[in-house]
Design a protein around this ligand. Structure first.
Ligand code: ADP
Length: 247
């Protein structure tokens, strides 16, 4: 459904993604992990067409995204921090987004209702708490019933009730056969919501397999300890690399 092919991305001299290849299939939910600065957000932004790679291709449902904007309506994106015009009211923001996507006629308003946003439509964005802004971002990501959901730290800043509502919604959409990609630092959340683990380290894909295989390969039954093992291995590999470079 999404094919990332030989992507290379540099910011100045900093090589963020090196000859990067990944496949994302419908009906799966992917945990996208890696230390801070490992390139997760850059990868997501490349898939969304917000960052242009130096080389390589991204295909969404078989079509290259270069010079193609229509594919974006298939993706619901929840950014880590949603930035909106400060004076716009929640209701106006929803209508504006609906106007931008006239090809989509029916909306999924489940999160708008569950989060109680329908009672706050007259509130301007600048009056909202960080958590309510996150709720607005989540509601928008699901509103257009996209085939693909990319959620960057989706529960950060949400209150516990909203976290549970959002997790239930994510599971529901996954059961409908959608493709879901989630980055999060909360491992228990990833364990609950995903079935496939991708671990990025220093611009390369260090691990890419099912959560089941991750547990088998690391010999750990718990997701969090399996990830801790991967982190150890990735750091060791780095030490070996560094030592070799001194020879
Ligand atoms: P992650 O999401 O895994 O924390 P990012 O993709 O945000 O990592 O960043 C990867 C690296 O690229 C970091 O070193 C970051 O500082 C750098 N980077 C990201 N965006 C830019 C940019 N627009 N200009 C320069 N450097 C950037």
């Amino acid at each position: 459904m999404i094919s990332v092919q030989q992507i290379h991305k540099k910011f100045g001299k900093l090589e963020v993604l090196k000859d990067f290849n990944l496949e994302f299939e419908a009906g799966n939910s992917y945990a996208l992990m890696g230390p801070n600065g490992s390139g997760k957000t850059t990868l997501i932004k490349i898939i969304l067409g917000m960052v242009i790679p130096n080389s390589g291709d991204v295909l969404v449902q078989g079509e290259a995204i270069k010079g193609n904007y229509a594919y974006r309506s298939k993706i619901g994106y929840m950014p880590q921090i949603g930035r909106y015009p400060e004076n716009i009211k929640i209701g106006q923001l929803f209508s504006m987004m609906q106007d931008i996507r006239p090809e989509i006629k029916s909306y999924d308003m489940e999160l708008v209702n569950d989060f109680g946003l329908n009672e706050m439509l007259d509130k301007p964005m600048h009056t909202l708490s960080g958590g309510t802004r996150q709720k607005v971002s989540a509601a928008l990501a699901f509103m257009f019933q996209p085939d693909i959901l990319i959620l960057d730290e989706p529960t950060a800043g949400l209150d516990p009730i909203a976290v549970e509502l959002l997790k239930t919604k994510i599971k529901k959409e996954r059961e409908k056969g959608k493709l879901i990609i989630i980055t999060s630092h909360i491992l228990s959340e990833l364990e609950e919501l995903t079935n496939h683990a991708i671990y990025i380290f220093e611009g390369d894909v260090f691990f890419n397999d099912t959560v089941e295989s991750l547990k088998e390969i690391t010999g750990e039954n718990r997701f969090s300890t399996a990830i801790a093992r991967l982190m150890e291995w990735s750091l060791k590999k780095n030490t070996i690399k560094t030592e070799l470079s001194h020879v």
